[in-house]
Design a protein around this ligand. Structure first.
Ligand code: SF4
Ligand code: SF4
Ligand code: SF4
Length: 179
């Protein structure tokens, strides 16, 4: 069993938003909504200022408040790669998962179901990378199995410093930002 994760090298990300456009196109994300987005984080004080550009999306967390709060079982952990998904037909649009996600990663699709990043599982099951990863012009995004020590993501995390978003939320996110 794989446990899919994304490792993003913030030293190489230029904020071009190609990942955002690719996701919208690949997943037919409706106007006004996003499954991924760019955040610029500035830390430090002049002249020692550091800018980090983060391509953000659902973190496909190991601990999932969005799944445990769902009254219908629509929000679930998929048996392929432990990817967190929503079964559109089972979803009643109650928004419990939208409120439970500390990353604001979910929205209610105009058709009435909760929606978010799927790690492009439809592509991954065909052996392809998620759309965002496949278009990134600087190749700063990497996708693979965290439980395979030989995977590119595992090797990057073993050799580089990184952080995750809101670790204090206790969700154990699986999007890692190399620093
Ligand atoms: Fe950064 Fe790559 Fe996304 Fe461009 S496509 S914003 S370089 S992660
Ligand atoms: Fe759930 Fe939010 Fe974690 Fe995604 S980022 S798995 S929606 S808690
Ligand atoms: Fe579950 Fe849908 Fe309600 Fe989210 S909006 S908690 S997926 S029924």
């Amino acid at each position: 069993m794989a446990r899919y994760a994304m490792v993003i090298d913030t030293k190489k990300c230029v904020g071009c938003m190609d990942c955002v456009v690719a996701c919208k196109t690949e997943n037919n994300v409706p106007e006004g909504y996003n499954r991924d987005w760019i955040v610029q984080v500035t830390t430090g004080k002049y002249p020692d200022v550091h800018l980090e550009i983060q391509s953000q999306r659902c973190n496909h967390c190991d601990n999932t408040p969005c799944v445990s709060c769902c009254p219908t079982g629509a929000s679930h952990v998929h048996d392929v790669g432990n990817v967190v998904l929503v079964d559109h037909d089972m979803c009643i649009g109650c928004k419990a998962c939208v409120a439970a996600c500390p990353y604001d990663a979910r929205f209610i699709h105009p058709e009435g179901y909760a929606d978010k990043c799927t790690f492009c599982i439809h592509r991954v099951e065909k052996g392809e990378d998620p759309a965002c990863v496949s278009v990134c012009p600087t190749h700063c995004m990497h996708f693979g199995d965290l439980d395979d020590p030989e995977s590119e993501v595992s090797k990057l995390l073993a050799s580089r410093k990184y952080h995750t978003l809101l670790p204090e939320a206790g969700t154990k996110p699986r999007i890692f930002y190399l620093i």
